[in-house]
Design a protein. Sequence first.
Length: 421
Amino acid sequence: MKVLLLGSGGRESALAWKISRSPLLEQLFIAPGNGGTGAYGTNVAISPLDFPAIEKFVKENAIDLIVVGNEDPLVAGIYDYFAPLGIPVVGPSKKGAALEGSKDFAKQFMVENNIPTARYRSFTADTVAEGDAFLESLRPPYVLKADGLAAGKGVLIIDDLDEAKKSLREMLGGMFGQSSATVVIEEFLKGIECSVFVLTDGNGQYRILPVAKDYKRIGEGDTGLNTGGMGAVSPVPFADEAFMKKVEERIIRPTIDGLKKSGIVYRGFIFLGLINVEGEPMVIEYNVRMGDPETEVVMLRIESDLLPLLMKTAKGDLGDAPLLISPDTAVTVMAVSQGYPGSYPKGKVITGTEEVTESILFHAGTKIAEDGTLVTSGGRVIAISSMAEDIPAALAKSYRSMDLLQFDGKNFRRDIGKDLM
């Protein structure tokens, strides 16, 4: 089987690693890939948003399956582009991708399908006074979300009412470009978060993948600015059988039934950003692809071959395809550039990767320079992922590996998973 994987981050590195292990795989191409994905397949210099170029490549190379890593091509309608050509795509239709592409659409979908979520309302520049009134009806902190995609940075959580009103105006005025032309304001939910991933074939069949918890803040003790994720852990101790039974009955099944009832074609991953509020699961957000850095632990825990699951998903019939999950613990710790999530330097030489033996390095912001050296090219550089019998043992491996990995300005959190021990 020939596979084209779209994307260039740590998530795609982990997917490439897992797909490359399949005995069914003939060739794997990653477009555009990064400095580490070449170990699992062939990097191709094509943008995931250049559909005509992807079509040409797919036809010339007899690609059997397209796996979409990141959200942008999905929201732009890549499934709809390739469906008439008969090329299987792992990912929802453009209408299905609106679950991530529009916070307002997602909240409406949850309300219509009785899926537990925070109370909310949506506002535009024409209704900013009503937005002020809604903020006044809520208790702090105040949650403001850009309706559209904002590279994971479109959410503000503000303690002061006047500052929240000011931020509402700034968002509607273009803080996140067109993405915040509509702003969703919702009540703050207090609890502990986790990420639940589902693979569904669009015909009512699904598999629940390993649950993970990520760490979004740059600073230890969950302080400082939000990032794309500084680390992750799987499994999550509080997401036990009783909790997951509630998740499946109240959230997963109503989501899949709601998509079918709405006539939305959805063959791919559903990422449920959940919060445990005193034992009750509620949805914070949907994403329409795997999470990052959660994929870097989820893939480690999947023992069965992922490729048949992906192909059956894309063809709309999961059938009895097996999903075997390891009981062991997987962790990942992200090595990031100095200054991230603000401005940061690029082109810093990375050394020590060949010395790492007890962890897997999933590259994110790396590239091969013209002279053949591995250098930094992003804020989140490499996810150092390890497995062991429990969280402390797995973390010990990742932190030992972190000590071997070197680049100028390397930063990382030393408290990943500590809250779960």
